[in-house]
Design a binder for this molecule. Structure first.
Ligand code: GUN
Length: 296
């Protein structure tokens, strides 16, 4: 069997087009323009690239983009004051503080200062609790993107065995909560899991989010399973720089029913879902119906 390739790049373009259509409608019918504020502290090169891409995508769907760049030497009090200012700004519907922050800043304190209704990353402790108790929340972008692709591929997810490899707060844990919310039987596996291959092999849905290049191989995949690869690992092979996932693509694709490639799978969905979350936050802030198909 050769797996169907789930084209995340095309899927993300579709999500962005839906978001753009909602933005146009909000402007025409309600005179509202959704706005996203991104805060970047310091000069981390990867973070600068992410923030630049977020800005371009935000503009492209017709939203307002507010970029706040601050020197790495900013004090915690100054950064908290900036968050307070964005919380109070009615033009700002979503706030994202790019991580990691420089070491002298307490990330938890900063993230938890964001108004939970504007927390488009879904990292605020209130949103984590709301998601865990099955209530309406802001949902972390990467797992939301994975859920959208899984719903699209399977239709209903109820009753399927889902195994999430990785227990990070950004991907693994919220992914497990979302799958549970869709009535999957969920297992969270991690570096201490006994017989990982056997656990993975039970999965109808296998989500790899461990951050270890090509750790999940074809022998660990149940024939016909859907494999979602969240990994983005930069490695060197045959003297060339290469981007690989947490899944060994060739061997897994030979067994799986469907698989996301790296690059072009989960990656492009993250920013698309950030825009979807900003739209959702804007609709909620204005007492308007939430966009269908773009939320958990
Ligand atoms: N740094 C890397 N990924 C992310 C993300 O999803 N959100 C934020 N805020 N920072 C990040």
């Amino acid at each position: 069997m050769t797996a169907k390739v789930i084209d995340g790049k095309a899927f993300a373009a579709g999500v962005r087009a839906q978001v753009a259509a909602h933005v146009t409608r909000l402007k025409e019918e309600n005179g509202i323009q959704p706005g996203l504020a991104v805060v970047l502290v310091g000069e981390d090169p990867a973070s600068k690239v992410y923030v630049k891409n977020k800005h371009a995508s935000t503009i492209e769907v017709g939203m307002a983009s507010f970029e706040h760049r601050r020197d790495a030497s900013i004090s915690e009090a100054e950064l908290l004051a900036l968050i307070d200012q964005l919380n109070a700004d009615p033009k700002v519907h979503g706030i994202l503080v790019q991580l990691p922050l420089p070491g002298h800043l307490n990330s938890e304190l900063v993230i938890n200062r964001i108004d939970p209704a504007k927390d488009v990353d879904g990292f605020h402790i209130s949103n984590v609790g709301l998601l865990g108790t099955g209530q309406k929340s802001m949902v972390p972008c990467t797992p939301l993107g994975c859920l959208m692709m899984l719903r699209d591929h399977h239709g209903k997810l109820a009753g399927l065995n889902a195994v999430v490899v990785g227990r990070s707060n950004i991907v693994g844990k919220p992914m497990a909560q979302l799958l549970l919310g869709d009535s999957c039987t969920v297992t969270i596996a991690h570096s201490w899991t006994k017989d990982l291959a056997e656990v993975c092999k039970r999965a109808d849905i296998l989500v790899a989010a461990v951050g270890r290049p090509e750790m999940i191989t074809g022998e660990m995949v149940r024939p016909g399973a859907t494999v979602i690869d969240v990994g983005i690992n930069r490695i060197e092979r045959d003297g060339k720089a290469k981007l690989v996932g947490d899944v060994h693509y060739e061997s897994a694709a030979a067994v799986a029913g469907a698989i996301t490639p790296v690059p072009g799978g989960v990656g492009p969905m993250t920013i698309a879902c950030l825009l979807a979350n900003t739209l959702t936050a804007c609709c909620r802030a204005n007492g308007l119906a939430e966009p269908e198909g773009l939320t958990a």
